[in-house]
Design a protein around this ligand. Structure first.
Ligand SMILES: [Zn+2]
Length: 372
């Protein structure tokens, strides 16, 4: 199984190097546009043919070195192919935003101390923030095409990194973690040691409500500027929620050893799962977030030689984890307290959900042992 992630590496170019990087990026963009024009009028997508026709011009006009000229041709051809594949039409891609794509080992290299990049004036070396990067230098990661990104006066290279990771087999599981996703608590986990962890969600709920209010008032206005603001706010909310999910999934994986099995509710059928809808009726707005958190956890779990399974949410909030008694009224939705009507066991209702998911994880392992 291939695992890919994007490392955002901050580099520290001096002033002279900064202007060189900007110049290189500008030349790269202009060259891309020239190649794009050429392809638009000739419909040639063969790199060797393009090379023959354009190579000299790219070198003389834009001062590109050989490798970078190749990189420009490949970038533009790839863009055309993607457009043809998706839209089945010859649409000329425009390279508006200055971008600089660098191919690993050809245009850049990255070692434990030095980041080396091809520019208009040959190789330039930068120091970079290597903290947290150590694990990428063990030889098991492949580095992809890096993009130069500047943000608030800081300089980054975004680098996709790929690693081949073996799938976790059920036999390698040493810890089970039930994870209940919700509103008052973003997540509650219950693990094999019997430990419960709460990820509080009240401030998230408040911020969400605020976003919703702003969205509503903007929707009423129906002006172009309101629409633009609406879009912007939507993106901001999205980024913020994605970051929250990143934190929660990171904490969940950090708090559990490798070989953990995270058990979550399968929420695909939640519209039919009436019981859950009643409480989590903000389904429309939270569904994306739940899904996003699941995906992030799945991803981080893999890195940690752990796994995520989704189970049927049936009765997870009604069943007593101590005696197994199932009853709707075991749970008080207003006070968020679960009280078993048979044995009297009492706890927070989201914690009960996590405990029941934990149990479903054990059942899952039993069933695979029995089957295998
Ligand atoms: Zn009970």
């Amino acid at each position: 199984m291939n695992l890919t992630l994007t490392a955002k590496v901050r580099i520290l170019p001096n002033e002279e190097q900064q202007s060189l990087l900007l110049k290189t990026r500008k030349a790269y963009m202009d060259a891309c546009n020239e190649v794009s024009d050429y392809i638009s009028s000739t419909h040639i997508l063969n790199v060797a043919m393009l090379n023959q026709a354009l190579y000299c011009s790219l070198r003389e006009k834009y001062g590109l070195r050989s490798q970078m000229a190749q990189s420009v041709l490949r970038t533009v051809v790839a863009r055309y192919k993607a457009i043809l594949e998706n839209q089945h039409e010859w649409i000329r891609p425009e390279f508006k935003h200055a971008e600089l794509d660098l191919v690993w080992n050809r245009d850049y290299s990255l070692k434990a101390e030095v980041f080396s990049v091809n520019t208009l004036e040959g190789r330039v070396k930068f120091p970079f923030f290597s903290q947290g990067m150590e694990s990428y230098f063990d030889g098991s990661w492949k580095f992809g095409t890096a993009k130069l990104v500047t943000k608030h006066g800081k300089w980054f290279f975004h680098i996709p990194m790929t690693k081949d990771i073996p799938e976790v087999s059920d036999a390698g599981i040493s810890n089970i973690v039930g994870v209940d996703l919700g509103i008052n608590f973003l997540a509650v986990s219950y693990d094999s040691q019997g430990k419960t962890k709460f990820f509080h969600g009240r401030h998230i709920k408040q911020k969400r409500a605020q976003y919703k209010k702003t969205r509503k008032s903007l929707q009423k206005k129906r002006t172009p500027s309101a629409r633009r603001r609406l879009k912007k706010i939507g993106q901001r909310e999205h980024r913020w929620m994605s970051d929250v999910n990143h934190q929660v999934s990171k904490a969940l994986t950090a708090q559990n050893p490798s070989g953990s099995l995270f058990v979550l509710e399968d929420l695909t059928g939640i519209r039919q799962a009436t019981e859950k809808v009643a409480l989590k009726h903000r389904y429309e707005t939270v569904s994306w977030s739940f899904y996003d958190l699941q995906e992030k956890l799945r991803y981080k779990a893999r890195r940690n030689h752990s796994a995520v399974i989704l189970v049927d949410p049936k009765y997870t909030s009604q069943r007593c984890p101590k005696c197994g008694h199932i009853h709707k009224l075991n749970r008080n939705k207003k006070t968020h307290i679960f009280t078993c009507r048979k044995c009297g066991y009492q706890s927070n209702d989201d914690r009960i959900g996590a405990m029941n998911l934990y149990r479903k994880g054990i059942e899952y392992l039993w069933s695979t042992v029995a089957a295998g």
